[in-house]
Design a protein around this ligand. Structure first.
Ligand code: AMP
Length: 113
């Protein structure tokens, strides 16, 4: 998708710190980390947000979730982590390509918002 920041990262046009890749999924470190471990997991197929997941295959969606678990294990987040997907303006989604934040490496706030 033209002008999509994460599609440009996928295409190698913008550098990223890759932590995981398979046929359906790419994951890289967030450029402005909110926790000691802050990783973004994206489907390779462009989907704008959770609101459009009808356009994604079940295989691609489950690949994202399985990648999250694998990455958490690789990153040694044994004591826990949070998975967040911001959807739309009220959630302050800033990049319109579906992504899951993995946050961990410290005790996180017990409030979600
Ligand atoms: P969201 O606000 O949920 O849409 O999350 C977008 C995330 O992308 C933010 O946490 C940004 O810090 C992150 N981000 C923006 N540009 C880059 C980049 N070039 N490389 C890595 N992460 C980025």
């Amino acid at each position: 998708m033209e002008n999509c920041l994460f599609c440009k990262i996928l295409a190698g046009e913008i550098p990223s710190a890759k932590v995981y890749e398979d046929d359906a999924v790419y994951a890289f470190r967030d450029i402005h980390p909110q926790a000691p471990t802050h990783i973004l997991v994206i489907p390779k197929k462009h989907i704008a947000s959770m609101a459009e997941i009808d356009q994604a295959s079940d295989a691609d969606l489950s690949a994202c979730l399985r990648a999250i678990r694998t990455i958490a294990e690789n990153e040694k987040l044994e004591s826990g982590y949070r998975v967040v997907s911001n959807c739309g303006p009220d959630a302050c989604q800033s990049v319109p390509h579906l992504h899951f934040h993995i946050l961990g490496g410290r005790k996180l706030s017990d409030t979600m918002v």
